[in-house]
Design a protein around this ligand. Structure first.
Ligand code: SAH
Length: 410
């Protein structure tokens, strides 16, 4: 046998929990309140990795504990911290506590709806878990290896807390590919994924299996209602509105109370059919549902000299990544510029962006430049974001993604 020193093994952590050593950058990010650790910031992995869903300890280069995390074998976000307490145990009581806190938050803040996001990942201390409540139905997504591994436990706890009649698994989000998880959507309980819910006094039927996201755009719910607050209650002429990228008519159906005539536009026929059915449900008959490419239609309406009192722009995320930002900015600029040319003096522009990579400051500056080019002067009525059930965690910028800016043409 050789007399040289034994190979250097990772130091066994107190309590035997496998522990990763992080570099200074990761340590600083965690201390700054952001739970993510990138793979490239892990200096040393434990000799034996825990199974997904079992905790891994975190420590800095000097051996000080930084808490416990879920880890992923494939994602660039290798670790997501669940607790800064190195002694925390990821057991039933831990997850029950987090779910109860998420529920208490919504019970205190959510108004005028039977559907809302109950759990939103990092913002609720449950990275990788999304749970939406649509009346008596629950839709969930487990978006990390660890949350997928504890899916049964989470469903058991949700069942205890809420007794849902319908449970839908919407694990068809693309991020599951990054986690090397199977992509699937299915009804786990109940006979039908079609549910009726109420938003701000309007009834909507949503399909929790086929609908976008987990069935609809819950995050715009408070913004749908907000626009009407800026419209005159007894206008000298009937107001005309144009709702571009309407999907299932969220803004249009809310505007129907305030406007004489609304045109609602989407490129998707099935979305418009669902929107029209929702209009009928609410005895709303003053909306024309138009299947068109919004970019083409704006150009046409400009050429025809059409005029509106309200224009809503709520396009899909043009910037899915930072590198797509240049093209996205051109897209936002074009639709805002053309929309402004269609607005009457005193008219209202509602300009949204759901790209996290486009900040509120970016969007304000895009609209400012569009207004200058269109020769219009705008005042800011309100700067809004996603509904309160999608909380913005102050130290996690990724949790702020939706911008909904309201302007008035001077
Ligand atoms: N405003 C909706 C959400 C819109 S989601 C709400 O508040 O609920 C974005 C919508 O844009 C989708 O329905 C999609 O079909 C539509 N869309 C995407 N590209 C489009 C285009 N070029 N022209 C018109 N609609 C488009």
């Amino acid at each position: 046998m050789s007399s040289s020193a034994p190979p250097k093994l990772p130091v066994a952590p107190a309590g035997g929990m496998p522990t990763a050593t992080l570099n200074d950058r990761a340590t600083q990010r965690l201390r700054g309140g952001h739970p993510w650790v990138y793979r490239s910031d892990v200096e040393q992995w434990p000799a034996v990795l825990p199974a997904p869903g079992e905790a891994m300890g975190l420590r800095d280069r000097r051996g000080r504990g930084l808490g416990i995390a879920d880890f992923s074998t494939s994602s660039q976000i290798a670790l997501r911290r669940l607790s800064p307490d190195p002694e925390a145990r990821l057991n039933r009581a831990f997850f029950l506590g987090r779910l109860q806190a998420a529920l208490a938050y919504r019970q205190a803040l959510v108004r005028d709806t039977t559907a809302y996001r109950l759990v939103w990942g990092e913002a609720d201390g449950l990275p990788g878990l999304v749970v939406d409540r649509y009346g008596a139905a629950l839709v969930f997504q487990t978006l990390t290896q660890a949350m997928a591994a504890r899916q049964d436990l989470l469903l058991e706890l949700l069942d205890e807390l809420l007794h849902p009649e319908v449970i839908v698994e919407r694990n068809d989000a693309k991020v599951r590919y990054l986690e090397e998880l199977e992509v699937r959507a299915q009804l786990l309980r109940g006979d039908s994924a079609a549910v009726a819910v109420r938003f701000n006094g309007l009834e909507f039927e949503l399909d929790l299996l086929q609908g976008q996201k987990t069935g609809g755009f819950l995050d715009q719910r408070e913004n749908w209602a907000a626009v009407g607050r800026y419209l005159p209650s007894d206008p000298p002429h009937g107001l005309e509105a144009l709702d571009l990228f309407t999907y299932q008519g969220g803004f249009a159906l809310h505007l129907a109370r305030h406007c004489h005539k609304i045109e609602a536009v989407d490129i998707s026929r099935p979305a418009l059919e669902a929107a029209e059915a929702n209009a009928r449900r609410n005895q709303i008959a003053n909306i024309d549902w138009i299947e068109a490419n919004a970019f083409d239609l704006l150009r046409e309406y400009q050429a025809q000299g059409r005029r509106f009192d309200v224009v809503v722009l709520d396009p899909p995320a043009f910037a899915k990544s930072r590198s797509a930002l240049g093209n996205a900015e051109r897209g936002y600029k074009e639709i805002n510029l053309r929309a402004l040319k269609l607005l009457r003096t005193g008219g209202v522009l509602v300009s949204c962006s759901c790209s996290h990579h486009v900040s509120e400051a970016d969007l304000l500056s895009i609209v400012a430049s569009a207004a200058l080019d269109a020769g219009r002067e705008l005042t800011v009525l309100e700067r809004r974001t996603q509904a309160l059930d999608h909380p913005v965690l102050l130290t996690v910028p990724e949790t702020l993604y939706l911008k909904c800016l309201l302007f008035r043409v001077r």
